[in-house]
Design a protein around this ligand. Structure first.
Ligand code: ATP
Ligand code: MG
Length: 201
């Protein structure tokens, strides 16, 4: 399909939370995306194996969390590809899947964008898609711009979102100590965590 705009939301999603969902929805609205695809990582290269929940738990929580949004989808691509998940490989696969008529937008948090410098082949990546960097509360935009420099700033759009300051690590820590995670994740995700005894050690 041509003239399409598709968002790619990559992440570990261990677990998916309202910060991710608000960010994806804001990106969809602001950039007129026809679809936002959540892509849970298969084997995260930056996170130590064993400390991340298995793919299927993270995938199922993402499916539960996105079920009520007709514009959101979840992909098993990184799991099915196996091995390390590099963003450039995922974006390349999307490029092949959707063809050249589709504009691709990789949606990340402002903290994660800085890791592109460590990602494999940033030049190829930036040629294939635009980046939408959502600022998390308390994030210093001047710092981001300085770090991106002239080279990267042309391909990166900053999106200020009213996302609450939620992180998956904080949610895991709360579950571990028996604290409430209500209103931080969708109810179905909270129920899934409890039912499957995730993060409780
Ligand atoms: P962890 O604490 O385990 O690192 P996380 O909350 O950062 O988890 P990830 O799965 O690592 O979640 O993040 C996926 C993407 O969502 C990243 O691009 C990250 O920057 C972004 N993101 C995470 N939390 C928020 C938030 N509250 N607001 C905006 N973007 C977010
Ligand atoms: Mg993170």
């Amino acid at each position: 399909m041509s003239g399409q705009r598709v968002g790619i939301m990559g992440g570990t999603f261990d677990p998916v939370h309202y910060g991710h969902l608000v960010t994806a929805e804001a990106a969809r609205e602001w950039y007129g995306l026809q679809e936002v695809v959540f892509v849970p990582s298969g084997h995260p290269p930056h996170k130590t194996a064993g400390t991340v929940s298995d793919f299927w738990s993270r995938y199922q929580m993402a499916v539960l969390a996105t079920a009520t949004n007709p514009f959101f989808e979840v992909s098993r691509m990184e799991y099915e590809r196996g091995g390390h998940s590099y963003t450039v490989d995922t974006v390349r696969a999307f490029r092949q899947l959707y063809g050249d008529g589709t504009e691709l937008f990789f949606v990340t948090g402002a903290d994660a964008i800085l890791e592109i410098i460590e990602w494999k082949q940033p030049e190829e990546l930036l040629a294939m898609c635009r980046f939408i960097a959502a600022t998390r509360p308390g994030y210093d935009l001047r710092q981001l711009n300085a770090l991106l420099g002239e080279y990267f700033s042309g391909s990166v759009s900053i999106l200020e979102i009213p996302a609450p300051s939620i992180s998956s690590s904080d949610i895991r820590e709360r579950v571990r100590r028996g604290a409430s995670i209500k209103y931080l994740v969708p109810e179905a995700v909270e129920a899934y965590i409890i039912k499957n005894r995730l993060y409780s050690g």
